[in-house]
Design a protein around this ligand. Structure first.
Ligand SMILES: [Mn+2]
Length: 388
């Protein structure tokens, strides 16, 4: 059976000031075309369909159009909600859409109930595990603790229990939206750390033939059977070196996995340029980036006049301008965004405590207090979403 594995569409997201709707539409055209030309048997979308719980109307229309086109092709599609999606909103109409072959899995209670597919070699049970927010789903899943490993472990126990009752030789696929240990993050995933831990070991997925992961935005292979497709488009400059793609997965009669990487259309390449302004303006080597989306980091000791206007003459698509003077007092002149880049909420909060107490940092008890407050804020956001 042949699958196309994709995730993290983030419909409605923009890139700096650029609206990506046209690029997202081009990706969906490419997806539908790949499904048709490569004779795909089922499409797997591993969460973060939308960028926000309440997406803009244009993104909803794009999604609606994609669903219609996939349904018209008659190719079953299994989708789960990610941490950016509102599971409740995304799941509206799921019961009706199922009749059209679109299987939206957004309810944690349904983890152990597969979408049953079949080919000439027999059945394939396809389990869609929506993003599981530990504190919200712990009771539903009967997990011993409210952390990612415990709730995903409980969901996978339900999968394995269901699988054990199926005819021998039933092959299995799991979709999940999680940070699996060993994966590499970029700057465009939202932090899902709970109790100080964001990731789960890949061994939590033992016992199934293929795991189609979403959440991390770089395409990556954790094991032959456990892969991230990554997002179809770059959503931060940290992804400048990514090759955006989907996985074409052939699941053999005996559960063997063969994977082929299918490149996504590139709306415009990304370039991160660094150096003194005059060099960025003059260096002939940089000519190949003139049509790229550019992040320019200026290292001039003294901030040059009108840097954006001058850069834009050579690079019309400069989207981000960063100052990082070399040899100067970099720390104090770094922008707020620069100082926060790559730091977790926990680190930022701890730094704040040290800052306001003249360098005396948080002790163990205070660190734990900060951690539980940060966890609670995110859980409260999700709870409000559910209650609305
Ligand atoms: Mn995502």
């Amino acid at each position: 059976m042949r699958f196309l594995h994709t995730s993290d569409w983030h419909l409605g997201r923009s890139f700096h000031r650029v609206n990506l709707l046209a690029a997202q539409r081009a990706f969906l055209d490419h997806l539908v075309e790949t499904v048709r030309v490569r004779e795909v048997d089922a499409v797997l979308v591993a969460g973060d369909v939308y960028d926000r719980a309440v997406p803009p109307l244009a993104a909803v229309e794009l999604f609606d159009d994609a669903l219609h086109r996939l349904a018209e092709l008659g190719v079953p599609t299994v989708m789960i909600s990610g941490n950016h999606d509102s599971a409740r909103r995304l799941g509206v109409g799921a019961g009706l859409m199922r009749q059209a072959g679109i299987h939206l899995r957004t309810d944690p209670a349904g983890c152990g109930t597969p979408v049953l597919l079949a080919d000439a070699h027999g059945p394939v049970a396809c389990y869609g595990l929506p993003y599981l927010e530990p504190a919200m789903v712990r009771d539903t899943l009967g997990a011993p603790r409210a952390d990612h490993a415990a709730v995903l472990g409980a969901a996978m126990d339900a999968v394995r229990a269901d699988l054990a009752d199926r005819p021998a030789g039933t092959r299995s696929v799991v979709l999940a939206h999680a940070f699996v240990t060993g994966g590499t993050a970029s700057d465009s995933e939202r932090d899902i750390t709970v109790g100080g831990v964001a990731s789960v070991p890949a061994s939590v997925f033992d016992g199934v033939d293929y795991v189609a992961l979403g959440h991390l935005h770089g395409c990556q292979t954790l094991t032959e059977r456990v892969r991230y497709s990554g997002s179809p488009l770059a959503y931060s400059f940290s992804e400048a070196a990514h090759r955006k793609s989907s996985w074409l997965i052939d699941l053999g009669a005996d559960g063997t996995v063969e994977a082929e990487r299918i490149d996504c259309p590139v709306p415009r390449p990304l370039a991160r340029l660094r150096g003194p302004l005059q060099r960025l303006l003059d260096d002939p080597e940089l000519a190949r980036h003139e049509d790229s989306w550019v992040e320019a980091t200026l290292t001039d000791g003294v901030r040059p006049a009108e840097p954006m206007a001058r850069l834009t003459k050579r690079f019309p698509h400069v989207l981000s301008l960063v100052f990082d003077p070399e040899g100067g007092p970099a720390r104090s002149s770094a922008s707020y965004a620069q100082r926060l880049r790559g730091r977790s909420d926990q680190e930022i909060a701890e730094d704040f405590v040290a800052h306001v107490r003249s360098g005396r940092g948080a002790d163990d008890a205070e660190r734990a207090e900060l951690r539980s407050a940060i966890d609670e804020v995110r859980t409260a956001d999700t709870a409000e979403e559910v209650a609305r």
